[in-house]
Design a protein around this ligand. Structure first.
Ligand SMILES: Cc1ncc(COP(=O)(O)O)c(C=O)c1O
Length: 354
């Protein structure tokens, strides 16, 4: 396979002259800054936010690079992973002409973002145990297929996808393979970032929203070849990551011990939740999970879902999703939250059962 990133790129993006921000034109730290129309007196808050942040988040990328064992030039940071997804469509998919391949049931934003960008989605369902149907995927590919989105561990099923199947896509597909690893920290397999130097068509997404507990800050990572990262940087809004987010995450990265402890706690609670659910006859299926949630099948799932809400227990109703008939997705909580859920579940299911 010969992969040529430039031939994949939309021609007007290749020609695009990107915006150069004030902080692009002068990158020094010292001086009298009269270049960005900022407020010289400070901020209305106690902390100072009056200066624009680093548009390329250099300090943060340096630190992430060491932790993730990649080069800073291989990292794009977005306002959540969702920003990277949107930018990929905008860079590579011509509206009304190009298409992408989605593998349902999977994370919903791949499709929503395609719709926003007027890009056709070709769907190849996963197997009943949520693995890839590679032959069927290859059947769907044509010369306008630009991206295949693979989510592993997959949301909402929770399982990891067979690595060999993803590698086959990387080897044989001439477009981009996006591997979304939002739940990688709960998984026992190495990241696909270890394959970045082998496959120029690979882009790996991770996020600070899950294991790191920083969902509210909105910080998603994309790892890819330097060439591909340059394209995303060229089309992103200039200051897409706030200074507050950059500073807070930089500090958080020094707390890896704490993250590891939280991950272990979540894994322990996942096991607890699973073993307690196994004791309940009305739980028809608990899908094996490598993530921080469990997908379970219960009779009359939508009614159970609504009854749980009445008890102020909120889970995700996936009952109408392909291959997830009568399924609820339960995020692993603290021991207190998990026992509250289990208690409420038993209370609401008993009256439903005939
Ligand atoms: C598979 C997957 N990717 C990405 C995201 C979103 O990540 P972020 O918060 O970084 O936008 C989610 C959130 O639920 C997800 O499940």
């Amino acid at each position: 396979m010969s992969f040529d990133l430039n031939s994949l790129l939309r021609p007007h993006i290749a020609q695009l002259q990107p915006y150069t921000s004030a902080r692009d034109e002068y990158t020094g730290k010292e001086g009298v800054f009269l270049d960005a129309n900022e407020n010289p007196y400070g901020s209305v808050t106690d902390a100072e936010f009056n200066r624009y942040p680093d548009p390329y988040q250099s300090a943060l990328k340096e630190k992430i690079a060491t932790i993730k064992n990649v080069r800073p030039s291989q990292i794009f940071l977005g306002n959540g992973s969702d920003e990277a997804i949107d930018l990929l469509y905008r860079a590579f998919c011509r509206p009304g002409i190009d298409n992408v391949i989605l593998l349902p049931p999977t994370y919903g934003m791949y499709e929503v973002s395609a719709s926003i960008n007027d890009v056709e989605t070709r769907k190849v369902s996963l197997t009943s145990d949520f693995q890839l149907q590679t032959e069927k995927i290859f059947d769907q590919i044509d010369s306008n297929t630009k991206i295949i989105f693979v989510c592993t561990p997959n949301n909402p099923s929770g399982n990891k996808v067979n690595r060999a199947d993803v590698l086959l896509l990387l080897k044989q597909f001439n477009g981009l393979v996006v591997v979304d690893e939002a739940y990688i920290d709960f998984n026992d397999e190495p990241s696909f970032t270890t394959h970045l130097d082998e496959y120029p068509n690979l882009l790996v997404m991770q996020t600070f929203s899950k294991a790191w507990g920083l969902a509210s800050l909105r910080l998603g990572m994309a790892f890819a070849s330097e060439e591909l990262i340059k394209i995303l940087n060229k089309i992103k809004p200039p200051y897409n990551i706030s200074g507050l987010t950059q500073d807070t995450v930089l500090e958080a990265l020094g707390n890896q011990d704490k993250v590891e402890k939280m991950i272990l706690e979540i894994l322990k609670e996942r096991e607890y939740l699973q073993s307690e659910l196994e004791k309940l006859d009305f739980v028809k299926k608990i899908h094996p999970s490598q993530a921080n949630f469990l997908l379970i099948q219960v009779p009359q799932a939508t009614q159970v879902y609504n009854d749980l809400i009445d008890q102020k227990i909120i889970v995700r109703n996936r009952a109408k999703v392909l291959l997830c008939e009568d399924c609820l997705r339960i995020t692993v909580g603290t021991r207190e939250e998990n026992t509250a859920f289990l208690k409420a579940l038993q209370a609401v299911v008993k009256p439903i059962q005939p």
